[in-house]
Structures are given as structure tokens and as C-alpha cells.
Design a protein around this ligand. Structure first.
Ligand code: MG
Length: 195
């Protein structure tokens, strides 16, 4: 099993649509910054990359590259998911916590869970989205996301591991048989000396 952790924050700005977890939410402000500013998808992407020790979102999609300005953050998540699968893992479940003063996440939490589940190709039961307000933290003008993911070995990878173990055991048996045949073929004198 593998665990991954991701964290991200974005500042609220006027005149930008608000996107969290791949869902557009009605609000006076959106999240500024890299791509579409989807703080939750960025944290999920980092958690996936972290779980397979494949660096972070900035390595693949640097904010300095104008190519990613306004980009759909689902692209980043899909790239990270590809890395997870290439390494022979699959997503078990995701847990997340958003910290923001407004808007209320409760009414849209299920839509976000649904969208995340769709992107990660898992069930919404395996995706948790929780939200808190930044009591005493002084981060009212930002949205923050914390995410953990758990990975397990992909079924195909498990089968490959079993096959490799069986092959190794088989080779070992071959070696023992060869050694025994060698001993039997050895002249009696040599065998006695060996002992
Ligand atoms: Mg970000």
C-alpha cells in the first residue's frame, strides 16, 4: 500500500469563476493563480504524485508556463493518475478537507465527490469532501485544501508479482535438481572427499 498527501492554497479574486473539485460554484469571487485555480484538484494531483514519489505538480505544469494559464486542472489530475497506474498502483480512497470562509461547501459537496470519483474512476463512496472555516487563521481571502490518498497494488500487478515469485521458485528447484544430478554423477571417491 502507499499513502500520498497534497496541500494547496489559492487567493480569492473578483471576476474569476470559482472552480473547486472540478465543479463550478456560484460565488462573488473565484480563485486566482495557476490554471483555473482549482485548489482541490491541485491538492489531489500532488497527493497522487506524492504517493508514487513522482515529484509535484510544479515539475510537470510550472505556473511560469503560459500554456497552463486558465487550463482545466482535470488535465493535471489525469496526468498524475497515469503516473500512479504506470507504477502499478490504483486508488483505494481519497479524503479531503477544504478551509475557506465562503461559499458554503455543504450544498455542493456531493457534486464535488461525484466529479472527483469520475476523474479518479472510483466510487463516490471512496471520496470524502469535508469543509471548515478558517477560525482565527486569518486566511479569509484564500481557499486551502488538504488531501490524502491511499493506493493499493493494481490487480494485474499482483498477478505479475505472483508469476515472478513462482518463476523464481521454479528456477530454484532446477538448480537443486542440477546439483543433485551432479553429485550422483560424481565418482564415489570425489563424493567422499567433498563430504
Ligand atoms: Mg495550485
Amino acid at each position: 500500500m502507499r499513502i500520498g498527501y497534497g496541500w494547496d492554497s489559492h487567493e480569492f479574486a473578483k471576476g474569476v469563476p470559482l472552480k473547486i473539485g472540478g465543479v463550478e460554484i456560484e460565488h462573488t469571487h473565484g480563485l486566482a493563480g495557476h490554471s483555473d485555480g482549482d485548489v482541490l484538484l491541485h491538492a489531489v494531483t500532488d497527493a497522487l504524485l506524492g504517493a508514487v514519489a513522482a515529484g509535484d505538480i510544479g515539475n510537470y505544469f510550472p505556473p511560469s508556463d503560459p500554456k497552463w494559464k486558465g487550463a482545466d486542472s482535470a488535465i493535471f489530475l489525469m496526468e498524475a493518475l497515469g503516473k500512479v497506474r504506470d507504477a502499478g498502483w490504483e486508488v483505494c480512497n481519497v479524503d479531503s478537507t477544504l478551509i475557506l470562509a465562503a461559499p458554503k461547501i455543504g450544498p455542493v459537496a456531493n457534486r464535488i465527490r461525484q466529479r472527483l470519483a469520475e476523474l479518479l474512476e472510483i466510487s463516490p463512496d471512496e471520496v470524502s469532501v469535508k469543509a471548515k472555516t478558517p477560525e482565527g487563521m486569518g486566511t479569509e481571502n484564500a481557499a486551502i485544501a488538504h488531501v490524502v490518498v491511499l493506493l493499493e497494488r493494481h490487480e494485474d500487478h499482483k498477478k505479475l508479482e505472483v508469476a515472478a515469485a513462482m518463476l523464481e521458485a521454479d528456477n530454484h528447484v532446477d538448480e537443486v535438481v542440477k546439483e543433485l544430478i551432479g553429485e550422483v554423477k560424481m565418482p564415489a571417491k570425489e563424493r567422499a572427499e567433498k563430504k
